[in-house]
Design a protein around this ligand. Structure first.
Ligand SMILES: *[C@@H]1O[C@H](CO)[C@@H](O)[C@H](O)[C@H]1NC(C)=O
Ligand SMILES: *[C@@H]1O[C@H](CO)[C@@H](O)[C@H](O)[C@H]1NC(C)=O
Ligand SMILES: *[C@@H]1O[C@H](CO)[C@@H](O)[C@H](O)[C@H]1NC(C)=O
Ligand SMILES: *[C@@H]1O[C@H](CO)[C@@H](O)[C@H](O)[C@H]1NC(C)=O
Length: 391
């Protein structure tokens, strides 16, 4: 029998003693695998397949070393592009570019096997496939039956079934189904997510899955949009293993985009609706993208947001946006295009000044990495044994 996520979680919760709020997984998003495809003229095919370590990369092993060994974080979310994993000549599905897959797997294995941390697989595709040249808006929406060039829902399932099979023997790998779906119907989003979960479980993989919402997976937007609101849909996702959590993004600037230096959106107010929905449906969540610049307001709001996740048991994990070996002095977040560098250890602002790693990661976010995190066992909606790293 298959129960919906909410029914299943309600049954599971009844068997457990009430627990205090706990973050089991904490770390940083690794952004660079999606690099090198943008085109000012939106020319399809730009940067595909791309040259590994020239146009794009996944992680810097030395950066991962610093994050795990010195900073004691246990979670990395590693972006890749569907169009590189499944070249257009193959189509979206179970046939991969094995060369590209091997590069990706090397990074995931380094994080999970060499360093003992957890890794979220992040297809950074906005629920679109076939033209990343003007992401996040270009490309056909997966499953759009009015678009003959669109990949189908079944193809998306086949893709996830294959990827899951390849990582099923690694309990530290978490399946992030899709980055930031937007501008599509929630019914289609649900069909795609369900096809992916079904294929993941049919592959035999027991791994933790995290499912996004619509509207860029924005926490503040979760209950907005009337019948299309994520809060009307996402809890209906069915996972026969009851090991699916929710994947939320939340930025602090005026339009929630992470594109501005000034922080203006109070996270406690803006997350109240999605948190109530999580509680009502007995669901757990990760916030896998958030960030702020080094202004006084942003530092204050980042502290508030990290405390909020620590204090509300619905939240079990987070990754800040973003580190990655290819940012250089450019900034992934929160600077109005100012070159303040990234969260990558050792990165520098333009001119050699301190980067966001120095001004935001170390003094602010790092202080909220819990001393005890999970370091062994299956990633799970229920977490696992908490330990000081190496103890
Ligand atoms: C999922 O949860 C439901 C409801 O509690 C339960 O009946 C079912 O056995 C669970 N499945 C697994 C694999 O734990
Ligand atoms: C597969 O990836 C490799 C490495 O990036 C690349 O050289 C090759 O052209 C790709 N093949 C296809 C069919 O895209
Ligand atoms: C689906 O495809 C049709 C035809 O190309 C297009 O008009 C429509 O906007 C697409 N829907 C979405 C959600 O992209
Ligand atoms: C933020 O970081 C940039 C780059 O290092 C620096 O120029 C600026 O002075 C910093 N601002 C604050 C408020 O610390």
């Amino acid at each position: 029998m298959r129960l919906s996520l909410s029914t299943a979680a309600a049954c599971a919760a009844a068997l457990l003693p009430s627990v205090s709020a706990t973050i089991y997984y904490a770390g940083v998003a690794e952004s660079s695998g999606e690099f090198g495809v943008w085109s000012a003229t939106a020319t399809p095919g730009t940067g595909l397949p791309g040259r590994f370590n020239v146009d794009y990369s996944f992680v810097s092993n030395s950066g991962i070393d610093v994050m795990v060994d010195q900073n004691k974080v246990n979670l990395f979310r590693v972006a890749f592009l569907l169009e590189r994993m499944c070249p257009l000549s193959y189509g979206l599905g179970a046939k991969f570019n094995e060369t590209h897959f091997d590069y990706y797997k090397q990074s995931i294995d380094y994080i999970t096997k060499t360093k003992g941390a957890y890794a979220i697989l992040d297809p950074h595709n906005y629920m679109r496939y076939n033209d990343p040249s003007s992401q996040p808006f270009s490309g056909s929406v997966i499953g759009n039956s009015s678009d003959p060039t669109a990949a189908t829902t079944a193809q998306f399932g086949a893709f996830w079934g294959e990827l899951a099979k390849r990582f099923a023997d690694n309990e530290k790998v978490i399946f992030g189904l899709m980055n930031e779906p937007h501008d599509m119907s929630s019914a289609l989003l649900m069909a795609n997510l369900q096809a992916a979960v079904d294929a993941v479980r049919a592959s035999g993989a027991k791994n933790l899955v995290i499912a996004p919402g619509n509207s860029w997976s924005g926490g503040h937007a979760w209950t907005e949009g009337g019948p299309e609101a994520s809060s009307n849909w996402i809890h209906k996702l069915v996972d026969p293993l009851n090991n699916t959590a929710i994947d939320i993004h939340e930025y602090l600037d005026q339009d929630f985009s992470g594109g501005h230096q000034l922080c203006a959106q109070d996270p406690v107010t803006n997350l109240a609706g999605v948190t109530a929905w999580l509680r009502e449906n007995k669901l757990k969540a990760f916030i896998t993208e958030f960030g702020g610049s080094n202004t006084t307001e942003c530092v204050s709001m980042l502290n508030t947001m990290l405390d909020y996740m620590e204090q509300n048991e619905e939240y079990i994990g987070w990754t800040a946006w973003a580190a990655g070996p290819f940012w250089g002095s450019a900034s992934p977040c929160c600077t109005d295009q100012a070159q303040f560098g990234s969260l990558e250890p050792g990165s520098k602002a333009a001119g050699g000044g301190p980067s966001l790693y120095d001004t935001i990661w170390l003094p602010v976010i790092q202080k909220k990495v819990p001393e005890k995190l999970q370091w062994s066992g299956l990633a799970s909606v229920s977490g696992g044994e908490l330990k000081v790293k190496g103890a």
